[in-house]
Design a protein. Structure first.
Length: 125
C-alpha cells in the first residue's frame, strides 16, 4: 500500500499536478537561467502604464480587471505564489503559457511587452 502511494505521488509530480511548495505549481519548471533574470523595464516610468494597457487587452478577460480572477478556473494574480515568483519566472510563464490550465502562451508579444506586463503585475502587489 505504501509503495502504491509513493508511485502515485511520483506520477503526480511528473505530470505537474503536484509540485514543490516553495516554487508553486506554475513556476516549478522555470529553468535556472530564466529564474534569475531581472526585468529591464522595472526602472522605466512608462513600463507600468504600458503593462496596464497590455493587461487590459490580453489578460483582464480571464483574470478580471482587478487581477483577482474568479476564484475558480481563472486565478488571481495577487496571490503569494505570484508575489514570491521572480520577474524571470513571470516572464517565462507568460512566454510559455500553460495550456493544460487554460493559460495561453503570450510569445506573440514582444519580450519588452512581456516585461511591461511583469512591471504592471508588480505594481499590483
Amino acid at each position: 500500500m505504501r509503495h502504491q502511494a509513493l508511485v502515485l505521488l511520483a506520477v503526480l509530480f511528473s505530470l505537474g499536478v503536484v509540485a514543490p511548495a516553495q516554487q508553486g505549481v506554475h513556476f516549478a519548471g522555470v529553468p535556472a537561467k530564466d529564474h534569475g533574470r531581472l526585468n529591464p523595464m522595472a526602472a522605466k516610468p512608462d513600463a507600468v502604464a504600458a503593462g496596464a494597457a497590455l493587461y487590459k487587452a490580453h489578460c483582464a478577460e480571464c483574470h478580471q480587471a482587478d487581477a483577482r480572477g474568479d476564484g475558480a478556473k481563472k486565478p488571481s494574480l495577487r496571490t503569494p505564489e505570484v508575489r514570491s515568483a521572480t520577474d524571470g519566472d513571470l516572464e517565462w510563464f507568460l512566454r510559455q503559457g500553460d495550456l493544460r490550465h487554460g493559460m495561453p502562451s503570450w510569445s506573440s508579444l514582444t519580450q519588452a511587452q512581456r516585461w511591461a506586463l511583469v512591471a504592471y503585475l508588480r505594481s499590483l502587489q
